[in-house]
Design a binder for this molecule. Sequence first.
Ligand code: PAF
Length: 280
Amino acid sequence: MRTIQSVNEMQSHAIGLRSGGQLIGLVPTMGSLHAGHLALIDIAKEEADKVIVSIFVNPAQFGPSEDYEQYPRVLEEDLEKCRERGVDIVFNPSVVEMYPQGYSTFVKEEHLSAGLCGVSRPHHFRGVTTVCLKLFNITRPDIAVFGQKDAQQCAVIKKMVTDLNLPTSVLVGPTLRDADGLATSSRNAYMSDVQRQEALSIPKALQIAQDMVQQGTRSVDRIVAEITHHLSLHRRVRVIYAQVVDKETMEPAREIEPGRHIACVAAWVDQTRLIDNVEL
Ligand code: PAF
């Protein structure tokens, strides 16, 4: 496995791979790799000849009072996991390599990124689309793999790829859950056992929503009310939003059409901000 820090080196290597006819698969990450990331790497390995994992904690997608500084950074462990999983290249640039002095260009999707997490994190998706477009230009992927847990991120990136005619296919891997039901996330590491128990109310509330739809409920109001009621029973949990939206357009739904809509939750569990979603 090769590790590359330089943008120029990564870009010329990727251009070389492509001109040699190799299909490139990219898994963009911020490191602190967990089973969810490894499952995305497996998808990339199935679909591409060469797999690049980028590891870059992107300052542009964190707000001023968010967890950029605390975000876990465990490069050696990540490299070991990538090596074991058969990754070909890890691209782990520094912040100045990606955003040199005087950097001033950003990419903003203006519609799908406005609701849900875009309300409480107003610059987040601008940072995500900017870094993803940069990573796509640097690593030239035929496919890029993202996780369904970040459903809005997936929809926003797909929209950017369509709107800007990028030659990359976006694949979405299913949300991976730990045995207790909590969606895998690097931020789970912030929580104590007690907090984690409280956090389990999030997948449980989403499960209740799924069960309601299965039993015939179609009213979004009823479903959102049940989700928020269940979460309100947990004293460390503070709901940021609970919404049912179209999984492609992120438009809020009124009546559920099974297969088309997802229920999304963002909540604080004490100081940890978690998101999760399920298909209804
Ligand atoms: O999902 C993430 O980890 C990040 O938002 C991403 C896509 C790597 C961009 O920094």
